[in-house]
Ligand binder design. Structure first.
Ligand code: F0G
Length: 457
């Protein structure tokens, strides 16, 4: 088989700034060893997130000029609405400025004290919006999804029996929404099978619970279904996505992922009353229903991006990129969450630096060293982000200590990936020299964004 090449030519480029290791160590020190506090210009390869970091196509940029900025009834809205409807099949399409704005609307309309939201895994902003409303959020991820070393095709699946047991325990009337995240970002970018979508929907239907899909990475999920699930080999990705959404009562999406835009999102649903309530919240928080929190040009770019994302030559290359980086990790003996996800490689820091205990932030240590060694910026998803303290102040570690290297769409080439692999390998070779960290500053909520650290010696 020949190399799977980038299915695009490059028309416009941005320079990358190179720094020396000595400079980077000083910059890191200044940033309190927190890569969120670095200037992006000081980063060589930025794998902090795949969200809002995509390269837009020439047609998307053309759409930016084409955008109709009318306050009401903009032509760009109708193009956007048609495209979202074609893919999701939903009746009501509500634009929002990004994914969490759609989540905020749902949590406002459906949440409140005494309510329980259920998911395979709620993304942190989704959980945040639910908890902010006074409701609670519960995750029911399949057991294999919690074990980084287990290779299985659909580690993002919902644990359907556990979900049903929970519904029986809490009572269906107290559960306003079941939200299935495809692919499961917080659990390693792992896909959900069509069979699992169907089974989850069946349980929701049985108990009369609305079933929604968090569709940030729906096309990547559809590609995994095509290549891993029996019966879908010959089905076009667009039709797979359409089938997936046909089981749902609604969709939330951050268009910053699988619509290749730098900002945007939507809420799509079928229920008339829920759509009315949602639009009322939209008007006070986001904007008029034909633009949400967006400019007409953004709607145009989303519509075009959604057209491009289901291109199978693109998806083959996209998923292959992550898999390729995964193969390099395997060859170097670097432990990571397997199999490779749809948008990122998640290094397993527990096994990478087993000598650093969770309360000394192993994944933070690896993240800082990736930057110092090669200017690669990843993100800690472990004890810094999700750690808690018990009443006595003792650290409670989350189930996994991960370092996510998320790959922006259409931005980096294969040689960038080779470089990233070399940097990870170099850090892995000196893993016994890596040290733990402690906080020197810690905010009361979402501390990972602003925390400052000191190295333990
Ligand atoms: N749902 C999932 C699964 C996500 O990954 C994100 C964002 C959101 C919802 C919220 O969307 O950012 O547009 O408000 N994930 C980004 C990330 C931030 O880096 O994984 P948003």
């Amino acid at each position: 088989m020949k190399t799977i090449i980038e299915p695009f030519r490059i028309k416009s480029v941005e320079p990358i700034r190179f720094t020396s290791e000595q400079e980077r160590r000083a910059l890191l020190e200044e940033a309190g060893h927190n890569v969120f506090l670095l200037k992006a210009d000081d980063v060589t390869i930025d794998l902090l997130t795949d969200s809002g970091t995509s390269a837009m196509s020439a047609k998307q940029w053309a759409g930016i000029m084409e955008g109709d900025e009318s306050y009401a009834g903009s032509r760009s809205f109708f193009r956007f609405e048609n495209k979202v409807r074609e893919i999701t099949g939903m009746k009501y399409i509500i634009p929002t400025h990004q994914g969490r704005a759609a989540e905020k609307i749902l949590a406002t309309v459906m949440g409140g004290p005494g309510k329980f939201f259920v998911s395979n895994t709620h993304f942190d902003t989704t959980r945040g919006n639910i908890e902010f409303s006074g409701a609670e959020a519960f995750d029911f991820l399949t057991d294999e999804g919690k074990r980084p070393e287990v290779k299985a095709p659909f580690k993002g699946n919902m644990n359907v029996p556990a979900l049903e047991a929970f519904i029986k325990e809490k009572g269906a009337k107290n559960i306003p929404l079941c939200l299935l995240t495809v692919t499961n970002n917080s659990g390693g970018g792992q896909p959900v099978s069509m069979q699992n979508v169907r089974e989850t929907q069946a349980i929701c239907r049985k108990y009369g619970i609305p079933f929604f899909i968090d569709a940030c990475r729906f096309a990547e999920n559809a590609w995994f279904i095509k290549t891993r699930e029996k019966g879908y080999e010959n089905k076009p990705v667009l039709e797979i996505a359409q089938e997936m959404f046909s089981y749902a009562d609604g969709v939330t999406m951050s268009a910053k992922k699988d619509a290749f835009v730098n900002i945007g999102g939507f809420l799509a649903l079928n229920d008339t009353e829920l759509a009315e309530k949602s639009r009322n919240v939209l008007i006070v928080t986001e904007g008029f229903p034909t633009y949400g929190g967006l400019a007409g040009r953004d709607l145009e770019a989303i519509a075009q991006g959604l057209e491009e994302i289901v291109d199978e030559d693109y998806l083959r290359y996209r998923i292959r990129t992550i898999e390729y980086l995964g193969e390099k990790m395997t060859a170097a003996g670097v432990p990571f969450l397997e199999p490779a996800g749809g948008h990122a490689i998640y290094i397993d820091a527990r096994r990478f630096v087993p000598n650093i205990s969770p309360e000394h932030f192993p994944a933070q240590s690896v993240t800082a060293e990736l930057y110092a060694t090669g200017g690669v910026r990843a993100v800690e998803i472990g004890s810094v982000m999700f750690g808690k303290r018990d009443a006595a102040g003792k650290h409670i570690a989350p189930p996994m200590e991960l370092v996510r290297m998320a790959i922006p769409r259409r931005v980096y080439t294969q040689s960038h990936m080779d470089y990233v692999a070399e940097v990870v390998e170099e850090v892995f070779q000196k893993r016994n020299e890596l040290q733990g960290y402690k906080f020197t500053y810690e905010a009361p909520i979402l501390r990972h964004f602003t925390a400052r650290f000191a190295k333990l010696t």
